[in-house]
Structures are given as C-alpha cells and as structure tokens.
Design a protein around this ligand. Structure first.
Ligand code: SF4
Length: 602
C-alpha cells in the first residue's frame, strides 16, 4: 500500500522552485542507479523537499525499505519533519510512518537514573509492556492513514504504557519508513540505524543534510579522548571505595598515566602509537569494570560508567589506529594553573581522528543510495577525500536562483585582520560599518573570528558612533538569549548584530527581506594556528598534498560563505557583503566564493 501510494505521489506545491527540479532529478537518478550523489545547492531553493520527494518517488522501483534523513542540527531535522508533514497533508491516503529520533538527554524522563530495570521504573518490565506501547504509537491519527512517530506522540504512547520514550523510539525504527535523526544514529561507531540495517538486511537510502558538517562531526565521532578529571571522579566514586578490584584497576591506570607524563617535558607531544603500558592498564581496567557493572547492575555510578565508556572507546580506537588519526598528549602547562593541576597524571590523552573517510566509506557502501547536500561543498575534492565518498559518486552544482545584482560584494583591501594587525584594523572596520549603515540604514550582521575581537570592535563602535544601535553575541548563550538576539532583526528595526564566525548565528538562521540587508566579515575564518592544527596540516600534506588549504583555507572559507549566505534568502532580497581583509582579493580565495557573486561589483 505504501509503495502504491508513493508511485502516485504528486509534488505538494504548485511547482518546483528555481533550481529545485534539477536537484530532484539528480537525486532520483542517483537513487535509480544505486549511486552516491554530492549535491551543492544554494539556500532558498527548498533542498529538503527537493531531496525527500524524489527519493520517496524512487522507493517503490528501487525496493527501498527505509529512508534515513540525517541532520547535524535540530533545525535540519525539523525542516525534514515539516516537509514530510506537508507531503502527508497533500496525500492523506499515504501510509508513511515517519519516526523522529531524539537524543537521550532530550527524551529521558529520569536523568538521575541508569538505564536498567533495577534503577529506572521505565526500564523495569520494558519488554513486557513494549508490544502494547508500540501498538499505541502505531495507531493512525483519527480519520486518516497517517501514523506520526514524532517525539511528542512517542512520548505520550510511552508514558501511557510506562515504558521509556527514548528506547521505545529506537524500537520503532523497525516499523518506520522514514527515520529523521542526528548523523550519529547512522555514522557513529555503534550507530543504531546502521546496525539495524546490517542486521536486518534493509535496503536503505541516506539523505545527509548540511553535509559540510560531516567532516567535523565525523572527526569527533572517531576521536577518543581521556581527561584526567574523568579518572579522578571514577577513583572517587562510591564503587571505587566499596570494591577493591575496581579501585585497583583504576589505580593501575593512574600509575601508568603519571609515568607517561613524567617522560614528557613538552606541553604537547605526538606519539606513533598509543603508549603501551597505559593501553594495557586501560584494557585491564575495561575488563574489570565490565565484570563489575554486570555483577552490580543495581548500583548506578555515573562517574564510573562515564570513565568506563570513554576507556572502552579509546581502547577500541587504539586498535584501529592508522594514518587517519594521531595520538597526542597535551599537558596543562599554563603557569596560572595551580601546581596540583600541572602534576604528572594531569594530561589529556587523545586519539584524534583527522580523516573520517575510512570510517565513513563502508557506511556509504552499505546504503543503496546516498545524497549529501549543502550550500557549501567546495572544493569537491576536499569533501570527497575527507568523507570517503565512493569513486563513482555523482556530483551536481545547482545554479543559484539569485542574480548577481541582488548582492553587492565589496572587498576592503585596506584592512588586514591578521592577528598582529587586529588592533590597527578596529578603526577602519568601525568606520566602514558606520558608513554602510549611514548609506543604507537597516539590519546587518558583523562576523569576527573571536569574542575578544568582537568585543573590541563593538566597544569602539559604541564610543565613536553612540547612536548606532548594536547588540552582541556572548559566550555560551542560552537558547532563550539566542532567540532574543535574533528577535532584534525585524522588518522595521535597524542596527548591527555582532557575532562570531562559526557560531550559532553564522549558519542555519533565516532572516529574509528587511530583517537582514547586509553582512560584514572581519575574518577569513581560518582556524587558529596551534600545535594540533599544525599536526593536521602535516598529515593533510602527506595524505592529500594540500596541507595548508585542507587545514586552514577550505574550512575557513566554507564558514565565510555560510555566514554571508544569510543575506540573500529569496529572489526579492537585496543586500551587501563587506569582505574586510585584503586576502579576499587573492585569486585562490576568490575561487572559493560562490560563482554567482562573481559578476557583482567587486
Ligand atoms: S531508561 Fe529511559 S527514562 Fe530511564 S534513565 Fe534510561 S533513558 Fe531515562
């Protein structure tokens, strides 16, 4: 019934938006050929519907069991759920089961408990009550064929039957046609969706939203880190005090850690392999804790469990160590730290993944078809190399629906935002902002490389142009504070919002029309030069022959283009982008800017 309804499914809007049809056709063709597609498509063309609709249309002929829509951020997941709801509205007879997977910390009803029957009431007797809870969740909405497995519905079915909503949603993955969730549900080492697909032989299709994020997210997933406070808390735990075997195993790790630190005089050191003695101690400790936790399930000990999982992950990644990762040990050498915090045994141990490709490649292979899409996937080889896309993958660069005349791109060659020039750059930056605002009052965003730089510029603007309204992003803003920041951008307001590049306001926010008419970029977004990034550069040079570009230039410019992309959101928007650094005039930098900007007045 599902496949029959999908075969006749019509596009839910009157027509495709400009650029949306070629994207949809490319996704359909990739699905039909069982290939992987890398799709660069500009903001505003409706990428979510433009990828979901053709994939669902291809599902019957390609005998797809499941579509996994994987996103880096909540906003991406919400857009997918909205698009799927829109499709369901347009085809009430379509029996499509859409499941939303939500992280444990957002769906747990008892965050102070451990996930087993001896500790949490919603885990106790879970499997006895699961069939009834599942049946309740899978009830169609009154008067339609629609089965909605979004967070709210799953929670209500779970609580009605006294089972855990988090684990109920995971159980429902088998019954869903489309699953919408974070990247980690498929790409993580133990990714639930990948595991289920393998175990059940499902034929799957992947949609990877804002896929440029997968480089950093992949690196995080395949990195293992041990921090000294994790071990200290485990050693101070109730279990360590009560059970000598636990204490002994943790003490052994501590001794090996101290011995390692005593051999390291430098603040930062890279090792060929993970230090043997410490690895052996961690393996032994992992075995001891596995036995202990199995024998004492009724004694939840968060600190011990956290260290246990970190240690297991590290031991596992040590076994998979190759050129894709490096082992580094960082000592807390800052003289401002108390002496105890700098004592041996205080280092951070890391198996740092730099190239997620070897871990991601089998995941693409396991899927029948995959589409990675984003507005910024340039240069293609950077993403192909780091994301491990199959040799025969397809690629499309969807033309922008926007006209060069909509966006004036200005390069301020008289400004340098290089670190030593920052102080001198403040006055010309502020003068340029004030001049632009005077010429065309309205709402602007100004992006800086750090909070410190941002605050210095904001202070000078306040001093020299006290009448010019402005507001600033601050560190660790709460969600409500972020909303307040954005709420200042209205159709009738005027002012400049100061933000950091790569932060919450540089990507994924939508301020169409007069809500945003321009952006100032006082940075190329280049990652900081530090010992870790210099190691990354060396490895990128060895593996791909482009050390500097793969480490600094490409990731930096990707952020610049994302941030500048906030200005033009619809074909009727008009705006200006000021690129405030002489390096924006260089050919290798200009080559990384969107082609549709090229004809504007630079
Ligand atoms: S079983 Fe569910 S509700 Fe209970 S602690 Fe675990 S995640 Fe939370």
């Amino acid at each position: 019934a599902r496949d029959a309804a999908l075969s006749t499914l019509a596009f839910p809007f009157g027509g495709f938006r400009p650029g949306q049809r070629p994207l949809a056709e490319a996704v359909y063709k990739a699905a039909s050929a069982g290939r992987c597609l890398m799709a660069q498509a500009p903001t505003g063309i409706g990428k979510t519907m433009g990828t979901l609709f053709p994939l669902l249309k291809a599902a019957p002929t390609q005998r797809l069991d499941k579509v996994f829509f994987l996103a880096a951020k909540t906003s991406g997941r919400q857009m997918a759920l909205d698009a799927l709801a829109r499709l369901a509205d347009s085809a009430p007879a379509l029996p499509l089961r859409v499941l939303e997977l939500v992280a444990r910390d957002k769906s747990c009803e008892h965050p102070d408990k451990a996930c087993h029957g001896e500790s949490c009431p919603l885990a106790q007797g879970f499997y006895d009550r699961l069939p009834a809870a599942r049946a309740a969740a899978l009830q169609p909405l009154a008067g339609s064929e629609r089965i909605t497995l979004h967070q709210a519905q799953v929670r209500s079915a779970a609580l009605a039957h006294q089972v855990c909503p988090y684990y109920l949603s995971q159980e429902l993955a088998r019954w869903a046609d489309v699953v919408v969730g974070d990247y980690n549900y498929y790409f993580d080492m133990g990714g639930l969706l990948h595991g289920l697909a393998q175990a059940n032989g499902w034929r799957t299709a992947l949609l990877v939203d804002e896929a440029h994020n997968l480089v950093d997210r992949g690196r995080k997933m395949y990195t293992a880190e041990l921090r000294p406070e994790g071990l200290a808390q485990a050693r101070q735990s109730a279990s360590a005090s009560r059970y000598p075997a636990v204490k002994k195993a943790l003490d052994k790790v501590r001794r090996a850690w101290v011995a390692l630190d005593k051999q390291q005089a430098a603040a930062y050191a890279v090792h060929e392999a993970f230090p043997e003695d410490l690895l052996a101690a961690l393996q032994l400790c992992g075995n001891t804790l596995t036995d202990h936790l199995a024998e004492h399930p009724a004694e939840p000990d968060a600190a011990l469990q956290a260290f246990y999982f970190d240690a297991l992950h590290l031991v596992r990644m040590a076994g998979l160590l190759d050129a894709h990762s490096l082992v580094d040990v960082t000592q807390p050498k800052a003289p401002s730290l108390p002496k105890a915090a700098r004592a041996p045994g205080s280092s951070t141990l890391c198996i740092r993944n730099l190239v997620p490709a070897p871990f991601l490649a089998p995941r693409w292979e396991a899927a029948h078809t995959s589409t990675l899409f984003s507005a910024t996937l340039q240069p293609q080889r950077y993403y192909t190399d780091l994301l491990g896309l199959p040799e025969d993958h397809l690629a499309i660069d969807v033309e922008s629906p926007f006209q060069a005349a909509q966006l004036s791109v200005q390069v301020a060659r008289h400004i340098s935002t290089r670190y030593p020039d920052r102080k001198a750059s403040l006055a010309p930056i502020v003068a340029l902002m004030a001049r632009q605002f005077g010429d065309r009052p309205g709402n602007y965003l100004a992006f800086f490389s750090s909070y410190e730089y941002l605050q210095q510029a904001a202070a000078l603007l306040a001093e020299r142009h006290p009448a010019l309204p402005h507001w600033s992003q601050s560190r660790r803003m709460l969600e409500s504070e972020q909303k307040q920041f954005l709420a200042r951008f209205t159709e009738s307001s005027e002012g400049i919002g100061f933000a950091v590049l790569g932060g919450a306001f540089a990507e994924g926010i939508d301020l169409p029309g007069r809500r945003l008419i321009g952006a100032f970029l006082a940075t190329l977004g280049l990652p900081q030069v530090n010992p870790v990034n210099e190691q990354v550069k060396e490895r990128m040079q060895a593996l791909f022959g482009e050390g500097y570009d793969y480490t600094y230039l490409y990731p930096g410019l990707q952020k610049v283009v994302q941030a500048a992309g906030r200005v033009i959101r619809t074909p009727s928007d008009e705006g200006v982008v000021h690129l405030m650094d002489d390096r924006f005039g260089r050919p290798e930098v200009r080559a990384l800017l969107p082609t549709w900007w090229a004809q504007s007045g630079r």
